[in-house]
Write a protein that binds this ligand. Structure first.
Ligand code: FAD
Ligand code: MLT
Ligand code: ZN
Length: 472
């Protein structure tokens, strides 16, 4: 028997033959969400418990076979699919979905890594609590993937990234040992905080099998407004006012440029997009712990002041939950509309909120100089200084050819500009394979050296998602 067959036999014995997939259509695990790359797995292995994950990792370690941890496979940077060698195992956490404990007094929930984000939100809401992490992919991404990427999303302005929501982790190390760090403690200064090494490590250090996450009381009301603004400067001005008028009630602040919204209208004509002629629109959310009437009054005062100042041209406030959902749906449909429009170049950048308008003005001009006709699809989490400053091929151009010929140069231009503005080339999506080589040029040598030291200390065989994020 060849060594791969021996490993597959042992894996079948560990997790059950039906959970070691080697045949049939494996595209759901082998193809990334953006359809940038298609890999080939030796097998897709689907353990059902932490002990099974540990066995799988040990068996792979003995065979020298590398592992790609995978949750919902919605990642944006080609980090959760295998390479093309046919020698990597995809370790899917999909069968580990249980909400283990909800501790109401401690305001925490302990949940397995494969739990789909929306299922966790629903379970918490049913128990009377808010789990605030929210992304457009929440119907399929998993809490393990959210932790693996330190996902951001639309509520960061109030609740922070996934990292800020996590109090403890259970991890299977690269050696197949189980580290139970499922603490619900808010204070614990007993040495290095190991959880933070694994959060955002994109499967390169170990497998997250469960986590203890923070909960919040459900707000009495969540109101959504959609505002037309004359410029990005005006959007930033509105953000300042929203912080002042709503304070901790400001739970969402998303910006969308006119062309990004026009793609939603084009590809999802059933959606009614307000203010289609405005240069930019903003979705704002006000979560209030008093009452809906109070939230509405606060919103009215904010919008009145903003109109007086000229930073809002027009606005609607949702009258019902259904209307609020429809307004959010417009924002969340942009990545899907962009995908329908064709292959595209994504930039997930952050710079200080105050410098966003200047960054866009300067970088737009540079792009149009070097890549005339390139269509900018600009939208994102303005409240966090995070833009999806994306690029679609010029009208009429073949997207595949445009990407092949221009992507590297276009990325170099955008990232040089990000550096000039003191920003980050990956605000929330991570590095994966797509940005790995870029990281070398945009992170300090000292930081890269420390990252490599951590990687080789925790995964000396380089079997955990090798070649992703950082080369060793
Ligand atoms: P996967 O894609 O399966 O994996 C992502 C990475 O995490 C990989 O490197 C993988 O190896 C690693 N990983 C997965 N599970 C584990 C585990 N248990 N242990 C260790 N490592 C693991 N992202 C944002 O940040 N903000 C957004 O607003 C946002 N919106 C999106 C909207 C759409 C429509 C789509 C398709 C994606 C969006 N994303 C967003 C990207 C993506 O959904 C997130 O990165 C999400 O956190 C990935 O979760 P997942 O379960 O799909 O992980
Ligand atoms: C979003 O904010 O919609 C996501 O991060 C997805 C994307 O960048 O397309
Ligand atoms: Zn985003």
């Amino acid at each position: 028997m060849n060594p791969f067959d021996t490993l597959l036999e042992s894996l079948r014995a560990a997790v059950g033959a039906t959970h070691v997939l080697t045949e049939g259509d494996l595209s759901a695990w082998e193809q990334d969400w953006r359809k940038r790359e298609r890999g080939k797995a030796l097998a897709v292995v689907r353990p059902a418990s932490t002990n099974e994950v540990a066995q799988v990792v040990k068996l792979c370690g003995q065979a020298g076979v590398s592992i790609v941890p995978q949750g919902g496979n919605t990642g944006m940077v080609v980090g959760s699919t295998p390479d093309a060698s046919g020698t990597q195992i995809v370790l899917s956490l999909q069968r580990m979905q249980q909400v283990r404990v909800l501790d109401a007094a401690n305001l925490t929930v302990t949940v397995e890594a494969g739990c789909v984000l929306q299922s966790l939100q629903d379970a918490c809401e049913k128990a009377g609590f808010l789990f605030p992490l929210s992304l457009a992919s929440e119907g399929s991404c998993t809490i393990g993937g959210n932790l693996g990427t330190n996902a951001g999303g639309t509520q960061v302005v109030r609740y922070g990234n996934t990292r800020e929501l996590c109090l403890g982790l259970e991890v299977v190390t690269a050696q197949g040992e189980v580290w139970n760090g499922l603490s619900g403690l808010r204070k614990d200064n007993t040495g290095y905080d190991l959880r933070h090494l694994f959060i955002g490590s994109e499967g390169t250090l170990g497998v997250i099998t469960a986590a203890t996450m923070r909960l919040y009381p459900l707000p009495a009301a969540q109101l959504t407004a959609f505002a037309a603004v004359p410029s990005l400067e005006a959007a930033v001005e509105l953000l300042g006012l929203a912080h002042r008028f709503l304070n901790a009630g400001l739970t969402g602040f998303e910006v969308m440029e006119k062309f990004a919204l026009s793609l939603v209208t084009k590809h999802f004509p059933q959606q009614r997009v307000p203010f289609q002629d405005a240069p930019y629109c903003v979705v704002l959310e006000n979560s209030d712990h008093e009452s809906e009437a109070h939230a509405r009054t606060q919103f009215e005062r904010l919008l009145e002041a903003a109109m007086e100042q000229g930073c809002v041209q027009d606005a609607v406030v949702a009258e019902s939950m259904a209307q609020a959902k429809a307004l959010w749906h417009i924002r969340e449909s942009i990545p899907l509309a962009q995908a329908q429009e064709g292959l595209n170049i994504k930039h997930d950048i952050s710079v200080a909120v105050s410098r966003i308008p200047e960054f866009v003005r300067v970088t737009d001009a540079l792009i149009q100089q070097s890549f005339p006709g390139a269509r900018m699809v600009n939208y994102g989490h303005l409240g966090d200084g995070n833009l999806h400053y994306n690029v679609q091929a010029p009208l009429g151009a073949d997207a595949q050819t445009f990407l092949k010929e221009q992507e590297a140069a276009l990325n170099a231009l955008v990232y040089a500009s990000v550096d000039q503005f003191g920003g980050s080339i990956s605000a929330e999506h991570g590095i994966g394979s797509l940005k790995r080589d870029k990281l070398e040029h945009h992170k300090s040598p000292v930081a890269l050296q420390m990252m490599r030291a951590i990687k080789t200390a925790l995964d000396p065989q380089n079997l955990m998602n090798p070649g992703r994020m950082i080369r060793v």
